[in-house]
Design a protein around this ligand. Structure first.
Ligand code: C5P
Ligand code: C5P
Ligand code: ZN
Length: 464
């Protein structure tokens, strides 16, 4: 048996030895999906449980958790970065996380501790799912594990889920809850009229399509695609040959606009369908589902996302749909801000300060999406700063190429933040931090230097 499964088994048995638990999770799609897997498990085991969602786990939050005096605390999608501080509290704890760990611990399930990359081979909800499976449960919740992995963009690099995520996907397929196929990778296949689907294509940015409703309508008309039956046709309503025509047309446009073949390829990739969900709803598609969850959790409504994952298809679901519409407007405004303001370019990174123009909880998503904006270098990491209640929020996004050359944003952000009195962590390709107000300039300069060192020799060994 893979040692990761053995560890999941140990965690499962340890949880069973308690009668109540508090689940602590992260305010994003993967965090909500992870918490849902855990809650379903605790419910099935007949245990009392409560849930709390955190923007980040810091010592203040940890002390509050300790004061609650619960029998058992289960951390999902966070905890590994703070493992030493958690252990020092002397509580009964289980961690199911995938962020780069700062240390070990007895009931600490983290892929990095078993030679598996937590940035793209297993998500927080995947880790939670392994514990669920170790309890002897069915493959049912593989769908939530895939929603979490897709929410963390773990399928981005290869255009498909890999590693342990793939095993979970295959279990879900065998269990009849998931299917996958190669298709266009644009947001809204289930729910948006086709021309709207194309209009919101931001990666790659296609002149005449992206943000251009008229252009999209013309493009589809030129291909002879019928736009309406009784209602606007959605991607899922199109015939296979029509889909192929559109994809080829888009690729021709991309090539004519000089967009790199690598980007064009990314238009198409694997997509994941949740077979238990109703066709034509956001929940049917793993990517749309995860965006819906982000739209709740990133705005202080994680419990709404959780209710949807737990099965609510009435009030909570309707609320979540409204939040989703607002979230998409916020992302679009955020991208416009970056497009208008541009970035400051240093030797080893480029950055923008959003101030209070972009909310701290979504500035990371905007930073990731902004790579597709013209004039933003594809060769440098993007660092975003935004005002937050407790200081300045930092979000950084790299590329696979840079990671291959030695970039590790989790290490660079953690160390740079600590040097100015802040804290950070995450993954090699994507990481975040919070730093005290007023230290931005110093932080950026340290970070620039650290990334330079990482890329310089590429052989430095770090332990986070
Ligand atoms: O906190 P957490 O691990 O859940 O978030 C992972 C973050 O890493 C996501 O915001 C995701 O957008 C980012 N990511 C990325 N590129 C990848 C993998 C993850 O930007 N290839
Ligand atoms: O917030 P953002 O989306 O930029 O986060 C990127 C990654 O860094 C996520 O995996 C997040 O959990 C992690 N992070 C962290 N510590 C922070 C902020 C973010 O580990 N203080
Ligand atoms: Zn995660």
């Amino acid at each position: 048996m893979h040692p990761l499964f053995e560890k999941a088994g140990e965690c499962a048995r340890y949880i069973k030895g308690h009668s109540e638990a508090l689940v602590i999770s992260h305010i994003d799609a993967d965090g909500v999906a992870s918490a849902a897997v855990m809650c379903k498990m605790l419910e099935r085991e007949g245990m009392d449980y409560g849930v709390r969602f955190l923007k980040q786990l810091d010592s203040v939050a940890l002390n509050e958790i300790a004061d609650l005096g619960k029998q058992l605390v289960i951390f999902t999608d966070l905890g590994s970065t703070m493992i030493d501080q958690i252990n020092a509290l002397g509580m009964d704890i289980v961690i199911a996380d995938h962020h780069q760990p700062a240390g070990r611990g007895e009931y600490h399930l983290n892929p990095h501790l078993f030679g598996i990359n937590g940035a793209n081979e297993l998500s927080g909800s995947g880790a939670a799912y392994l514990i669920w499976r170790a309890m002897g449960s069915t493959q049912d919740l593989a769908d939530l594990a895939v929603v979490g992995a897709v929410g963390d963009l773990q399928d981005l690099r290869e255009g498909r889920l890999i590693g342990m995520n793939r095993q979970i996907l295959e279990e879900g397929v065998r269990g009849g809850v998931l299917s996958f196929k190669t298709d266009i990778r644009l947001f809204g296949r289930q729910t948006r009229p086709v021309h709207k689907l194309l209009e919101y294509c931001s990666d790659p940015y296609i002149p005449g399509i992206t943000g251009d409703e008229e252009g999209c309508l013309r493009f589809l008309n030129d291909l002879g695609i019928k736009l309406k039956d009784a209602d606007w046709r959605r991607w899922i309503d199109l015939r296979k040959d029509e889909k192929q025509q559109i994809v080829s047309g888009l690729m021709r446009l991309c090539i004519a606009s000089g967009i790199s073949p690598y980007k064009v390829e990314r238009l198409v990739g694997e997509v994941y369908t949740l077979l238990k969900e109703e066709e034509g709803t956001e929940l049917r598609d793993a990517s749309e589902y995860s965006t819906l969850l982000n739209a709740t959790a990133r705005y202080g409504h994680a419990e709404i996302g959780l209710a949807v994952c737990m099965g609510d298809r009435s009030d909570a679901y309707v609320f979540a749909q409204n939040l989703l519409a607002q979230h998409r407007r916020n992302l679009s405004n955020g991208l416009n801000f970056v497009r208008d303001e541009g970035v400051v370019t240093l030797e080893n990174l480029q950055y923008f300060h959003a101030g209070n123009n972009i909310q701290d909880t979504i500035v990371g998503i905007v930073a990731g999406m902004s790579a597709s904006i013209e004039g933003i270098s594809k060769e440098l990491s993007i660092v975003a700063l935004a005002d937050a209640e407790d200081g300045i929020k930092i979000s950084a996004r790299g590329t696979q190429d840079l990671v291959r050359r030695g970039l590790n944003l989790a290490v660079a952000l953690k160390e740079s933040a600590e040097q100015v009195g802040g804290a950070g962590g995450g993954h090699d390709i994507a990481a975040g931090a919070t730093i005290p107000r007023g230290t931005e300039e110093k932080f950026i300069s340290i970070l620039n230097e650290k990334i330079g060192l990482q890329l310089g020799d590429g052989h430095e060994q770090h332990n986070v």
